[in-house]
Design a binder for this molecule. Structure first.
Ligand code: FAD
Length: 390
């Protein structure tokens, strides 16, 4: 959460320029990723679209740009509550050196620049929701539906789903699933729910530390359980946590959860085995687990698309269209002979996929390739002045 703030504040893109949630809304949607602020109620009429992009990683974002140049407006859906895909989720601060003409930028900076670049095309973002349903309609278009019930009827779909949608890594202890959602949580929907409760929080990253610090003083008690002395979380958070422990406002226990005990159908104790081999029993009301996110192909496997080793096969590298006409696959999610999972490959694929999709949207129109440097039409689309050459 802290890292997220830092980058959004440092970013060069005014958040209001795009139809993405404000920082506050985005934060709230992080806390309640099943019902983000921009979620359409299930009974709302479907959104009619020319293009729906599944995935807001770098390739999904650049797909907006390439479609925009062809005057195709896009809706972008991501299961995460923020845009940027792997670049932001896995390596926001790491430098990338192989983006053409950008000698070096971090994952977050690349994302911020892509957002700036697509500003003229005003994409609509639907974050914190996974695309669950894709089905062809009788009229040749597609029904698309998300995990929170947002529905679309679209002429084309661009799957830019990378390595799949990121899901919380779960605690692997016998019998724990039974308490998921009642006493065991992998996300925080409503922080107030944990006030006055005896909490055990597992994990050593930013989420675990941020929630431990956030709930300290509000929960009845907090024990942070982490498997080793070193933490991945921001050093300032670790220092604050240690200060709270020194003041007896929370406790730190180094070890791993190895078992649970239930009483009257409730989770009553967890067992934590320490590095010393001793297993201790901890009483608790709720268990919050933050072991990070791992990608899963998920529902994409059920959309009738040709799949090879968890990737979508494209019919040709001319359009990057899948075996279902009108559905394109770009970026890390696709496979073809010679595929390299690089951001620059995804950018190229997005350009050709946009041209490949245009006939579905404008069947009457002849599509010409134009240069952004010299085309007055593209200048108009981009909202820039046409330069006067001598
Ligand atoms: P992703 O970035 O994976 O984004 C896909 C998005 O789709 C995700 O946000 C996911 O939540 C969403 N999604 C998936 N399924 C669904 C669904 N059903 N509904 C809704 N949303 C969904 N590449 C380089 O070129 N240069 C580098 O230096 C480099 N360094 C890297 C370093 C690391 C540590 C890692 C892990 C990767 C690196 N890469 C690098 C690879 C690069 O990050 C990927 O090639 C790139 O992120 C692919 O972009 P994408 O948009 O295709 O997919």
């Amino acid at each position: 959460m802290r890292r997220f703030f830092r980058h959004r504040l440092a970013g060069t893109v005014p958040a209001g320029a795009l139809r993405i949630p404000t920082m506050k809304q985005e934060l709230e949607s992080r806390m309640d990723s099943t019902l983000p602020p921009n979620a359409a109620p299930a009974d709302k009429a479907p959104i009619e679209a020319d293009a729906v992009i599944v995935g807001a990683g770098p390739v999904g974002l650049f797909q907006v740009f390439e479609l925009g140049l062809l005057e195709i407006k896009a809706h972008v859906i991501d299961s995460l509550a923020k845009v940027g895909g792997q670049c932001v989720e896995l390596y926001p601060d790491k430098p990338i050196y192989d983006i053409p003409a950008v000698p070096v930028c971090t994952g977050q900076e690349l994302t911020d620049n892509l957002l700036k670049q697509i500003e003229p095309f005003e994409p609509t973002f639907h974050l914190g929701q996974e695309v669950t349903v894709v089905e062809r309609r009788d009229d040749g278009r597609f029904n698309v539906e998300t995990s929170v019930g947002t529905r679309f009827i679209t002429k084309t779909i661009f799957i830019a789903a990378g390595v799949g949608s990121f899901q919380p890594r779960t605690l692997k202890v016998d019998g724990i699933e039974k308490f998921e959602g009642s006493q065991v949580f992998y996300r925080v929907k409503d922080p107030n729910r944990f006030h006055g409760r005896n909490l055990v929080i597992c994990g050593g990253g930013d989420s675990a530390l941020d929630w431990a610090l956030n709930l300290a003083g509000k929960a009845e008690s907090i024990v942070l359980v982490h498997r080793r002395e070193e933490f991945r979380a921001a050093p300032a958070s670790v220092a604050k946590m240690k200060e709270l422990c020194d003041n007896y406002e929370m406790q730190l226990l180094i070890g791993q959860v190895t078992g649970i005990e239930e009483k009257d159908d409730k989770l009553d104790h967890i067992k934590v085995t320490g590095a010393d081999g001793v297993t201790r029993r901890l009483p608790l009301d709720d268990l919050l687990v933050f072991f990070g996110l791992s990608p899963k192909l998920g529902p994409i496997a059920e959309w009738g698309l040709d799949i090879e080793r968890k990737q979508l096969k494209v019919v040709s590298t001319e359009k990057f269209e899948t075996n279902v006409p009108g559905i394109f696959a770009v970026g890390d999610i696709n496979t073809y002979p010679g595929k390299k999972k690089l951001i620059l490959s995804g950018f190229h694929e997005a350009a050709l996929a946009a041209f490949g999709a245009a006939p579905y949207i404008f069947p009457e129109k002849k599509i010409h390739m134009q240069y952004t440097t010299t085309s007055p039409k593209l200048h108009k689309i981009l909202g820039v002045e046409t330069p006067v050459f001598d």
